[in-house]
Design a protein around this ligand. Structure first.
Ligand SMILES: Cc1ncc(COP(=O)(O)O)c(C=O)c1O
Length: 391
């Protein structure tokens, strides 16, 4: 973890061989080989530990690759009705839905699509559990607990921060609250190694032990950087095997980032090169529209072309927002208008977060396979996409 919240693995990998001029600008390019590499690591963890692994659609909903994801993982985890629909219709397998607050009007459809429905509070559970139990399909009810054990460094990304609205405080759990539940869920990590998971489990294990007998599963959420080269996967596998053996419960993981880590880039173009106290580069990539986590997290995405020392530019988008700044980057050669630039590790939490503020066009989406060099333009967006979100 850096002092900024979101780290960036930023390994250009095979993208070094991709000519950014092959696609329109701006454009996300996903390398199928890199996604498959991540999926095969996750499947290996699943096979050897017995964990059931679900892809978190909130991080990476590139459904063009849904058939590939289905070959490796057990299903998807959804954040509400729309992702549950996407998971059910395109990915198949199990669908686990967690939402901090369900609406009456969505619940029937959510039950239709989900295998596990996880509640954020006892009051949501009380409101909907009758409907869940009455459903003709067997659907498991779960409760998200707040382990009250912080491993996050930034409150915005720490579901165990004081007064967090995410998860029911584990210290307040009672047999009455647990009535009717088949599973417990906890999601407390963000881009983290194995040790924080182990410490979190150690902090809650004794408090949960009285309920193991009534439960069928434990879900450890996402935030596990399992596919990062320095992640201690052997320790994770041993940990899951031990828990399964000790508790007799199924163990679920819901990685998002780990599915798409280092598997996508965002290509843009330099539009103008003004100067105001320093060299500036206006691009057709907007931080606020295309990589909002750059501002929200915040973090500085790595650029493929950057060098340690060279011509320094401040890159920013075409929008009116003064803070639509991507970051400062040094380049070996001075830029020219029309040059292509490439931001690394943009497969997750960028494509799913784009918007058309200022009428800024959405990036196209392309699928490349670094093994074969095959390139497919999956989707291009236009004025209609902007118009259809407004009225
Ligand atoms: C409940 C839940 N599950 C899974 C995830 C996926 O996390 P990540 O993409 O960090 O692995 C998140 C992310 O916020 C989450 O809130």
């Amino acid at each position: 973890m850096t002092e900024m919240m979101k780290t960036q693995a930023g390994d250009a990998g095979a993208f070094r061989d991709f000519d950014p001029g092959r696609v329109p600008s701006p454009c996300f390019v996903v390398d199928k080989a890199a996604v498959e590499r991540n999926l095969s690591i996750l499947k290996d963890v699943s096979d050897r530990s017995g964990a059931r692994i679900l892809a978190a659609l909130k991080a990476f909903s590139f459904f063009e690759l849904a058939p590939l994801v289905r070959d490796y993982l057990h299903g998807t985890c959804a954040s509400g009705l729309y992702e549950a629909k996407l998971g059910h219709s395109h990915y198949g397998g199990e669908v686990t839905t967690f939402c901090a607050g369900y609406k009456d009007s969505d619940m029937e459809a959510i039950l239709e699509l989900s295998d596990h429905v996880i509640f954020n509070s006892p009051s949501q559970k009380e409101r909907f559990i009758g409907q869940l139990k009455a459903h003709p399909r067997s659907i498991h009810a779960g409760l998200r607990i707040n382990p009250e054990h912080s491993e996050g460094e930034v409150a915005k990304y720490d579901p165990c921060a004081p007064c967090s609205r995410l998860g029911f405080p584990v210290s307040q759990l009672t047999a009455d609250i647990m009535e009717g539940l088949e599973g417990l869920h906890m999601h407390t990590l963000c881009e983290q190694e194995f040790e924080p998971l182990k410490r979190t489990w150690d902090s809650v294990k004794e408090k949960l032990a009285p309920y193991f007998g009534q439960l069928k599963w434990l879900n450890f959420g996402g935030g596990h950087h399992i596919t990062r080269s320095d992640y201690d996967r052997e320790a994770l596998i041993a940990f899951i095997r031990d828990i399964r053996e000790e508790t007799g419960l199924d163990v679920y993981l819901e990685p998002g980032e780990a599915v798409a880590l280092d598997a996508g880039i965002l290509i843009g173009e330099v539009l103008d090169l003004p100067r105001n106290g320093m060299d500036l580069a206006i691009t057709d990539i907007s931080a606020t529209c295309h990589m909002p986590d750059v501002i929200e997290a915040p973090y500085r995405p790595q650029m493929m072309q950057e060098v340690e020392e060279g011509h320094l530019y401040r890159f920013g988008g075409p929008s009116c927002l003064a803070g639509d700044v991507i970051g400062d980057y040094a380049l070996a050669e001075p830029l020219r208008v029309g040059d292509r630039i490439v931001f690394l590790d943009q497969g997750h939490y960028s494509m799913v977060k784009t918007n058309t503020f200022n009428g800024v066009p959405l990036p196209a989406i392309a699928l490349w396979d670094s093994r074969t060099d095959d390139l497919k333009m999956v989707r291009e967006f236009g004025y209609e996409d902007f118009l259809n979100r407004l009225s």
